[in-house]
Ligand binder design. Sequence first.
Ligand code: HEM
Length: 407
Amino acid sequence: MPTVAAGIDLLSSRSFADGHPVEQYRWLRENAPVYWHTEPDGPGFWAVTSYELVREVSKQPDVFSSAAGGILIPDLPPEELEFFRTMILVMDPPRHSFYRRLVGGLFTPKRAALWRDSIGDTVRAILDEVCEWGECDLVVDIAGKLPSYVIAELVGIPRADGVRLYDLTEIMHSAPDAVTEEQRSAAMGEIIACAVQVRNDKLADPADDLASRLVAAEVDGRRLTEAEFCSFFMLLINAGGDTTRNLIGGATASLLRRPELLERLRADSVALMPSAVEELLRFQSPVVYMRRSAARDTELGGQRIAEGDKVVVYYGAANFDPAVFERPDELVLDRTPNEHVAFGAGGPHFCLGSHFGRIEGSEMMGQLLARFGDLELTGEPTWLASNFISGPTHLPVRYTPSAPVGR
Ligand code: HEM
C-alpha cells in the first residue's frame, strides 16, 4: 500500500515559496522515496526523491517515457502534447537519439569553451550597465539579462531580440491567472515567427553561430525541417533562460547569506570556482522536477508502478540525499566528488547546454565578486511561485559605485 502523509504537498507553489521544501524531501527520502502523491485535478503521481532511484528512472527511457505524457505533471490536451513532442526534451529513443546526434556536436565541452571569451564579454557588458548605480535588483538587472544576451550571441541575433524572446518565454510560463490564453498564444506565435526569420536569414547568409550550424547540421543526409528548427529554437530559449538566471540569482543569495564563504571564493576565485559552481548547482537545483510516464507495468524501489502512471523525479531531493552527499545541507565550495543531478541524472536527456550553463555561472560569479567587493543584500529575496523551477525573482543588493570597464 502506498504511504500517505500529512504535510506533503509538492504541487502547491507555497511549498516552494522559500526555495526547495527540504524538510518534505527529507521525510519522503526517509519514509517513502517512491511516494504516491495525490493530485486535485488529475490521477496522482509517484514522487521519486532518493538519489539512487532518481538515477534509475532517468536512465531507463524505455520504461519511463518522456514522450508518452510529456515532462510536466499536469496532463496536456492532445494537440498541445503533440506540439511539445516535436521538442527533443519530450522525445524517446530512437527518435530522440537521431535529434541528439544532429545537434549534440554543437554543445560539446570543446565547442562551449570556444564561447568562453564572448560570454565573459557579455558578463562585463551587463555589469558595466549597473556598476555606476550603487544598487540594483540582482535578478532582474544582472542574472536575468545573462541568458537572453548569451542566447542572442549563440544564435546570432541582436541582443534586443534576445531580451524580447526572453520576455516572451516569461509570458508563456506565467500562471494562468496572470496572462490570458490569447496573450500566451500570441507570445508563442511571435517566437515562432522569429525562429522562421532567423532560419531564413541564416540559410541566406550563414555565419559562425549556432543557428547557422543548426540549419546546416546533417545526420544520414537529413537536415532539420523548418518546423523542427522552430521547435528546437523554442526549447533552446526556454531551457537555457530561467535555469541560468535561477542558478546565478540563487547562488548569489546563498553566498550573501554566508559572508565567510563569499570572501573565500572571492580570495581564491580561480582555483575554487570550478568546484564552487558545481556545488552551487547542487545547492540551487534550478530545475525542480521532470516527469516520465511508465511505458509498462514495472517496479521501482519496492513499489509496483502500473503502465501509464506518472513518475516524477525530484532533482533537489536527490541533490540533498545524505546517502551520497556528506553534510548535504551545508554549502561546501570545494566538495569533491560532487555527482549532483542538477543537469539531470544521466540518461539520454542529460542537459545539452550544461557546459554553457557552467561557463555562464563561473564567468558571472567570478566577475561579480571581483568587481563588486562590498556586495550586500538590502532586503529579503522573493522567490518564484513555481513547483517546476526554483530561484529568486528579486534580490535587492547594494555596492560601491564604480566606473564601467568596457571591453
Ligand atoms: C544552470 C543551468 C541549467 C540547468 C540547471 C539545466 C537543467 C536541465 C535539466 C534538468 C534537463 C533535463 C534532464 C533530463 O530530463 O534528464 C535539461 C535539458 C536540456 N537543457 Fe538544460 N539546464 C541548464 C542550462 C541550459 C542551457 C544554457 C541550455 C542551452 C544552451 C540548455 C539546453 C537544454 C536542452 C536542449 C535540454 C534537452 C536535452 C534532451 O532532451 O536531450 N540547458 N536541462
